[in-house]
Design a protein around this ligand. Sequence first.
Ligand code: PEP
Ligand code: MG
Length: 572
Amino acid sequence: MTNLQGIAASSGIAIAKVYRLEAPDLSYSKKDIDQPEQEIKRLHDALDVSKSELEKIKEHTKNTLGDEHAEIFSAHLLVLSDPELIKPIEDKIKAENVNAEAGLDETANMFIDMFKNMDNEYMRERAADIHDVTKRVMAHLLNVTFPDPALINEEVVIVADDLTPSDTAQLNKQYVKGFTTDIGGRTSHSAIMARSLEIPAVVGTKDVTSKAPKDSLIIVDGINGDVIIEPTEEQVNDYKQKQEDFEQKKKEWAKLKDEPTVTAEGDHVELAANIGTPQDVDGVLNNGGEGVGLYRTEFLYMGKSQLPTEEEQFDSYSTVLKQMGDKPVVVRTLDIGGDKELDYLDLPDEMNPFLGYRAIRLCLERDDIFRVQLRALLRASVHGNLKIMFPMIATLDEFRQAKAILDEEKEKLVNEGKEVSETIEVGMMVEIPATAVIARQFAKEVDFFSIGTNDLIQYTMAADRMNERVSYLYQPYNPAILNLINNVIEAAHAEGKWAGMCGEMAGDEIAIPILLSLGLDEFSMSATSILPARTQIRTLSKEDWISYKDELLSKGTSDEVVDFVKEKTQSR
Ligand code: PEP
Ligand code: MG
């Protein structure tokens, strides 16, 4: 039995056997052979298995994430059947009398190098496709397992160094009972996605991959952040009990699904949800969400081989807006960069991706990409209650430029005779400290703020949100953060605007009374946090908490803030 402590990233308890998700060793030796026909047959067998796997993954992705995401696998399937790739591999095997591994690898690399350096974006995308699919074919030639989370068909807990957002998107909830990783924090995007998929997760354990043998039993406690490898029978029984208690609690919370979110005195605050895809909307409504406070549109752009078209985007945005009816839907424009990459844009590697070329910085330069998204959003606006916000704004100039482009696209659409809503609010994320400090100046020009604490905390504390080694500095309750948040809310209210929060802090049990005290208007969180938050808010007196505001803001440390909140919540 081994106990590890990590960061509780998605609540719930999982007990199942370990499935190790790791990159396979694809090294091979080049061999001279004398029966090329046999090698060609091995090649075709490997191609056939790869094709049938990709068909299954495509089908699975279509069902869970929709057609657009499944498209990348259609592109991969095309590569595997393309005679212009397969024939040269066969020729090489025959002409040079080499084994299938060498024929595949050398031919694929030749095409990848050729396509990668072309000016044409389409050809560069093909290089990425060839790279992806040949890895799978190679694994089959070498008889090594190629891990495919989408193809898992028994109950497991995934153990990995890290999970990319696209790995996470492939997880099938029916079989994947939980996951645990060496690296990552509560606000890394795989953790955020685990919460929308309602899969228990513990991240940042530092060394679960070196401690958890394949197929051994493992417990992941996503409520407290514990991971137990090869537990005793007694521990298994204890955790089964905890699992049942958690299910029981969920039933209690569910009773508030259609109730309003009110404080003890009956003051209403809005509880909205964060989503990544239109498929997440069901979870929002099932958990009693009063709106969507953050639609992370970048997932539309990820796990694909090319940019989504205006029509594809229009479909996704309209679907969400229609499903939400008259409830507000805050859509954030593309926030790519940081831990969210787009292979097909071929962006240069950066020393500090979280401080680099991302989000609005990229959109203002690549306004061809930005304008397509804005047009799709503006056209979809007639289907519901749309609000648009820009991510990673650092300066007022950036906000003005983004807004000007939006206005231009709106005017163009109107001139083309297209219908666009006249009541779209346009706001911004406050996630860079510079904007929180001078929120008063911004408040005059925006319709609303949404505070992105996931980034605001990492930039204010200079502590990478993905790095578990500095996670002790990633302090949501640090008085520096609370004072910045207060500044933003006060600035908004002084200008008659509203302030929401869409960072993970908005759904945090300790933070909720503090945010109520600071006067936050809208709390947007993972859908699964909504009902526990509603339950909690009904016990809190807003009046009392407002009276604690000055004391909270003048505390010296995060621990002092936490102690104060615990004392006040327990004394009720
Ligand atoms: C944030 O930074 O708080 C936020 C909500 O955006 P993301 O987590 O997508 O960076
Ligand atoms: Mg952010």
